[in-house]
Design a binder for this molecule. Structure first.
Ligand SMILES: Nc1ncnc2c1ncn2[C@@H]1O[C@H](COP(=O)(O)OP(=O)(O)O)[C@@H](O)[C@H]1O
Ligand SMILES: [Mg+2]
Length: 148
């Protein structure tokens, strides 16, 4: 299943992500793809709202994983700078911890990603426009309504 949503402001990106986040279940794994300033962190803020998290969500770049408590815990990961197998093991352990894992730069660990996941791509359009492409199999998207 594949859904493409056009948004025109950061607030609309947050609204789409919040709706998606409110349907996620423990163990959900999402990848986030998009160039710098596409809106990956903005999207994650919306996911956090949907998970009932009121903490400030910022970029995990210097932490590898940031953890937030909510209806379901959120593990926000940036795997761009992973260094070696022990770092990969460290990340993979989060997949079974009953939270929602959001992974930026997921292509770095592509062969370790479960097939059961949701992939989100954000493409920049003119100005504040963005195309948000959400894909996953029916099972993964069963609880999820991403329309705007
Ligand atoms: N529709 C939109 N969705 C998300 N961000 C947008 C949008 N329009 C403009 N922006 C701006 O683009 C930037 C996105 O930053 P950020 O979410 O940190 O991107 P990334 O994490 O992909 O580098 C922010 O400055 C935000 O205000
Ligand atoms: Mg970011």
């Amino acid at each position: 299943m594949n859904q493409k949503i056009i948004v025109n402001s950061p607030a609309e990106t947050i609204a789409v992500a919040q709706k998606l986040g409110s349907g996620l279940v423990p163990g959900s794994i999402l990848t986030l793809e998009g160039e710098l300033a596409a809106g990956k962190t903005t999207f994650t803020k919306g996911l956090a709202l949907g998970l009932g998290i009121d903490a400030v969500v910022d970029s995990p770049t210097f932490a590898i994983v940031k953890e937030y408590e909510g209806r379901i815990p959120l593990f926000h990961m940036d795997v761009y700078r992973l260094d070696g197998d022990s770092d990969i093991e460290f990340i993979l352990e989060y997949f079974d911890r009953g939270g929602v894992c959001v992974i930026e730069w997921a292509q770095v660990i592509e062969q370790d990603l479960p097939a059961e996941r949701i992939d989100v791509k954000i493409q920049r359009l003119e100005g504040d426009g963005r195309a948000i492409i959400i894909s996953g199999n029916e099972e993964e998207l069963r609880h999820v309504d991403c329309s705007n």
